[in-house]
Design a protein around this ligand. Structure first.
Ligand code: ZN
Length: 218
């Protein structure tokens, strides 16, 4: 009942253009077509073999990610699922299976998680991982870094990320047997410092790392 009242008071609108849509979190077909941008980013990130992004980091996509991270709008995570679904659909349509043994989310620090109530990466990627029969492995721990990343230059970010992650004790043996193909997932790609540091921690074992992000912001 409340949902119905809410729909009348606040009719669901496309997050990009504001046109009315059927359900909260939907995109109008035109905006979805405009914003979907599945592509390989040129990867010079140490330890990461390939990086893909799925959307233009602009307009509705940018404001959604901002709302999920800073305005506690966890429920908007599902608006990004269609981009990920399209990415995996196109991948599989070429006859390839999704090759990853584990999907590893880039974590937030415990203090950040408590303040925010969740890790936005979980909110954005977990439904897609489950829909596609992939294995979610929340195996990295993030220490509190000294400075907020957004204030820093590229070189400062690299320095700031050194030692930011560690492998949780209970996963120390996970990557010892055979080679594991890992997909690191993160909301936004900027300098690659975060992905490089996460990969360096995982590379303690026999692993290949790829990465998937929603959008690149540089
Ligand atoms: Zn639209």
């Amino acid at each position: 009942m409340w949902d119905l009242v809410k729909d009348i008071l606040y009719p669901p609108a496309c997050a990009h253009c504001g046109k009315s849509v059927t359900r909260l979190g939907d995109w109008c077909p035109q905006c979805f077509a405009d914003l979907y941008d599945g592509k390989a980013l040129a990867s010079s990130v140490k330890g990461v073999q390939a990086i893909w992004s799925v959307a233009h980091y602009s307009g509705g996509v940018r404001s959604l990610i901002h709302d999920i991270k800073f305005n506690k709008k966890k429920e908007l995570g599902k608006s990004l699922t269609p981009f990920l679904e399209r990415f995996s659909f196109l991948w599989q349509r070429e006859g390839k299976r999704l090759p990853w043994d584990y999907v590893v989310p880039i974590p937030v620090s415990e203090s950040r998680r408590q303040a925010r109530g969740y890790n936005q990466v979980d909110v954005i990627f977990k439904p897609w991982v489950e829909n596609n029969g992939l294995v979610w492995l929340d195996c990295l721990h993030k220490w509190d870094t000294a400075s907020d990343m957004w204030k820093l230059t590229g070189r400062e970010r690299l320095a700031n990320m050194k030692g930011a992650f560690s492998l949780k004790d209970e996963y120390k043996k996970t990557f010892q047997e055979g080679r594991s193909h890992i997909l690191l997932v993160d909301d936004i790609y900027t300098t690659g410092a975060t992905l490089a540091e996460a990969a360096s921690v995982l590379k303690g074992g026999p692993v290949i790392c790829d990465a998937l992000v929603i959008g690149g912001s540089r």
